[in-house]
Structure formats: C-alpha cells, structure tokens
Design a protein around this ligand. Sequence first.
Ligand code: DGJ
Length: 534
Amino acid sequence: MATLSLLIALLSIGTVWSQTGKGTVPQIIEKNGRHALLVDGKPFLILGGQAHNSSAWPGMMPQVWTAIEAMHANTLEVPIYWEQIEPQQGKFDFSLVDTLLKQGREHKVHLVLLWFATWKNGSSHYMPEWMKREPSKYPNITGKNGQSVDSPSPHIIAAMEADAKAFKAVMAYLEKADQQHTVLMVQVQNEPGAWGSVRDYSAEAQKLFEGQVPEKLLKPEILKALNKPADAKGTWTEVFGKDADEYFHAWSVASYIGYVAAAGKAVNQLPLYVNAALRDPITNPSANTYESGGPTDNVIPIWKAAAPAIDLLAPDIYLSGSEKVIKVIELYSRLDNALFVPEIGSSEENTRYFYAVLTSGGIGFSPFGIDDNGQGETASETKARLASIAQEYAMAAPMMRELAKWSFEGKIKSVVEREDHAAQTIDLGSWQATVTFGAARRSAVQANAKPISKAMVVQLGEDEFLLIGTLCHFTFKPLGANAGKVWQYLKVEEGQYENGTFKLLRIRNGDETDWGGPRIGAVPVVLRTTLVVR
Ligand code: DGJ
C-alpha cells in the first residue's frame, strides 16, 4: 500500500512540476522551508565534481572528463576566466565557454560555471591584463597600517561596472548559446573577501565607514539576526560595535557582487550563488583569522540584504572533524538559503557528508580538484583516487531524481560515523533505527580505523524504508503504541531504482538479515525494507 501511495504521489507531483516544461530555466524553489533545484521542471540532485582552477583549457579537459566519468558525476563545476573572456576591454571571446558547452553535451553532463573575476580567493588575479596594468584605476584595499593588501577594493565603481558588463555579456551569451540548459547555475566570483585585512582602510573607504549604516541593513529582523538591538541606527561603529569592520567589508563586497549578479540576472534567469571560505563555525573566532567580507555564517543576513540577485550562499568545506562539518551544513541550510556544497576535499572521510547534505535538503555536493592537474596520472589511478565518491554517485545516479525529491520532502534521515565510532539512532515515527559502524561481519563488528561509514534511511511509509550506506549495520525497535512488542523483517529487498521503478536484485533473508539485522559492506547498497510487529 505504501508503495502504491508513493507512486500516486510521485505521479501527481510530476504532473504539476512538468507543467514548467522541458527546456525551462533551472530554478531554485522553496516549500515548507526546504529547497529543490528544478531542472526540466523536476528536483535535480547535483552529483558534482569541481575541476582544478587552471583546467578549463581545451588541452586540459580530457583529464577532467576522465575524472567526471570515473566519478559517475552528472555535473562538472568548471571555471571561466574574466582575463580570457575579455582580453581587451569590450572585446569578448567565448571560445572556452563554447568548448565547455559542447563537451558537456557530448558527455551528457551538466555544467556549473564559476565566474573567476574581481575576486578569486580574496585576490584579483583573474582581472584582465588591461585592468592589472592600471592599479590606480582598479586599486586593492589598504590595510589598517596603510599597507597594500592583495585584495581588490569593493568601493571602486569603475571595477564594479567593468565586472558587471563582462558578467552580463557572459550571461547574455549563455542565454543564446545554451537554450537546452547544459548550464545549471553560475557561481559569481570565487571565495570573495580579503585575507590580511578585515576591511579597506583607504581614505575613501574610511569616509564610508564613518557614515551612516544604509537603511536597507537597518531592518529589525536583520539586526536581530546579527544579535544587535532591533532599533539600532547610526554609524557602522555605533550600530555594530566590535563587529563593525567586518560587517562593513561584508556589506561592501556583497553590494558589489550583488550589482554584478543583478546585471547578469537581467538577461538570464539562471540561479546564481557565491561560495564562502569558511570560518570556524563553533568558536566565533575573530575576523582577522579568516577571510573577511565573504559570506561566512555570521554575515549571511548582510549578504541576503545586500545581494538579492544571488540565490544562495554556499560553503566550501575544508574543515576537519564531523562536529564542525555538520554544524556548517546546518548553518547554510536555512529557510532563506538552499544548501549546496560546491567544494569539499575529496577524501574518503568527506564522502560521508554527501548523506548529511541530502538530509538537510541540499541540492548538490561536489568534491574539489577532481582532475589530475597535469600530474600524468593514468585513468586507473584517477579512478582509484576518486573511488570513494564514485561508488556513492554510482549508487545515487540511477535514482537521482528520487533522491532529490525525497530530500526536498524531508524524507531522508542519515547519520555519519563520528570520530568516537559510537552507534547512533534515527527516529522514524513508529520506529527507531540504531546504526552501528564498521565492517560487515557476521558475528561481530570490526571497527573502522577512520570514521568513514554513513547510513541513510528514506522513509517511504510508516513501516517501509530504504536503507542505504556503507560499512554499517541497522537494527530497529518499535516506538509509540507498539513499543516493547516483538517485531521482524517482513521483507528486505536489495535492488536499485531505475527510471522510477525499484528493480529487485535479491531478497535478503537468513544470514543476510539474521544476526541482528542487515549489514552493508564497503560498497553502498539499497535495501527496501518493510518491518512488521507480531
Ligand atoms: C578554495 C577555492 O575556492 C578553490 O578555487 C581552490 O583555490 C581551493 N581552495 C584550493 O584548494
């Protein structure tokens, strides 16, 4: 019954969503506080991989595709460079974009384009030569002691206009050249902000800093979200006290990028996002210890107010330790922000966060630096390096649309193995699952040396679940009215969704479900499992 009702629900939702039609612009929608990226009118999950910074050149792309294929990815995140696109002021060259579009289509892989422009990791190294040669027209910021800082000033109208003009040209080009929407989203800049100074202390910036905080930022809900009195007004220091320098820089950078983004949005409605070099999400560190001015978790409300043309702010996850990573995932999945992880290290430990992203309604996941970057790796070495994420994407790819829909509907719960390797529970209404981590052995769990396991439960019905994971073991107990009753597996079916239908590989029973419930080994499997109380 549960399966039938699921099918009916799928069909009816499909009808509503498909009204937007094939070929419509991808868009991000929100419902009940959860988000989906609609592609061809239906939720889509980005199984992504990001190329190295200098790999979007035609001679480098074969290695990128080797990596994408090895990963079973459906989306490539790849930079496009302002310096290459506008080598002379006002003269645009879209040949690299053309190559990416053509090759993406040949490989049946979507693209997320990364606009490396005014900011790339806090510096302006991708500004075209004609700008680099005029430092006084396009200056960097000045540090507190008057020192020059390798980071562009967000207060320079000429630079902002030049970036907006180039970005608009890119977006207008895509509007014409990509009517089939190979490109799903565009990242505007890359990790903007400044390293080495919390803000710009140039005379011009100082004048603005001593002026009044703009009205747009003085909304009670924004001030409250920033832990300031709801009726505060005055200068940056008066309103924001010790946070004034950072908040001023965040406002300035976000306003500049918001302007660039709006110029692009005016000609092409593709979703736009900005990625963040993170700060420690737990310790509230001082602003001079991380990249200041970018969309770090503490200034998300400032970015939302300053840059409404940006659809989402995305965390680049290079933190270690599950407590911090899970906290970041929580902080960037908000009512006003769809979660998307455009960069994360490609280690086996990091693969487990793919599950956590699905639980938080995330629209995609994308390890950074997938190609061999000119190291001369063989295809099988690339495959071995990417094996951990590859096996997850291989599992997820045939059921990508279902996973995206379940994630949007909040039906996916997951746990990732923590550093203490302790068992964890998942509440599922009438049932509670307990997940233990480690190699799947018949009589005893052999602990993992590193925390690499993860487990996901998709709630299909009251008693019907999909169990997915690696190196883990599930057991259940009934809750509520059935608490304490004897129960058993009605059926444990191992298989895979294909074209919206579950295809059975085998029914697990006997040794494969006795000895305390189904165990999953090093390769992820999908177990459609129904429980019954006796
Ligand atoms: C984060 C940046 O966004 C990427 O472009 C790249 O520079 C990596 N860091 C380097 O590991």
